[in-house]
Design a protein. Structure first.
Length: 185
């Protein structure tokens, strides 16, 4: 699957949420996400523009948690955060971490911690994130099959951005981890 995504720093989170709901987005949940990223000793994953992480997701309504491991490939263009994404559930985060460490991977500090409010409108997902030590962000994404044109999904995302009063120039291509490390992706 390809995750066609943009990320936007926002100053007025409550206003963005009201606008999303007015546009027809429905709130689907609120979660706390804790991301631990991994790399090898030579830093090859980061050098390749890829990402490997274990994410613990806690539903703030039910207090139920689940863990997933995710690999994100290289970014597919120069304007968005679109990339191939492979993700699957993990029964035990500690065991998964142990497996990765036994294979020569290590945890990259710091952890990325955020509270995420999730919204959906058709196939478009909107996430309003409050990222610890970074501030507030909006992510818009559409997940498409690898054989579908990502440009069509980007056009849909750009329309939403415009309705919110933003353009693609307002977005960032840096990951939360890179922002915390104060480096460019």
């Amino acid at each position: 699957m390809i995750e066609v995504e943009i990320k936007l720093p926002i100053a007025r989170k409550e206003e963005i949420k009201r606008k999303l709901e007015k546009m027809g987005f429905e709130k689907t949940g609120m979660v706390c996400e804790e991301d631990v990223y991994f790399d090898n000793q030579t830093g090859q994953i980061r050098k390749n523009g890829e990402a490997l992480r274990i994410r613990k997701v806690t539903d703030l309504g039910t207090n139920q948690s689940q863990t997933v491991i995710t690999f994100k490939g290289k970014k597919l263009d120069q304007v968005s955060m679109s990339r191939k994404e492979l993700e699957t559930g993990v029964e035990d985060a500690a065991i998964c971490t142990g497996i990765l460490e036994a294979l020569g991977f290590f945890c990259v500090s710091p952890k990325v911690m955020k509270v995420r409010e999730e919204y959906c409108f058709g196939q478009i997902n909107a996430c309003v994130d409050e990222v610890k030590n970074l501030g507030d962000f909006l992510e818009l994404e559409i997940v498409i099959p690898e054989d579908q044109k990502k440009e069509d999904a980007l056009v849909k995302i750009e329309k939403i951005l415009k309705q919110l009063g933003y353009t693609m120039k307002d977005t960032t291509r840096n990951s939360y981890l890179s922002m915390l490390l104060q480096i460019e992706d």
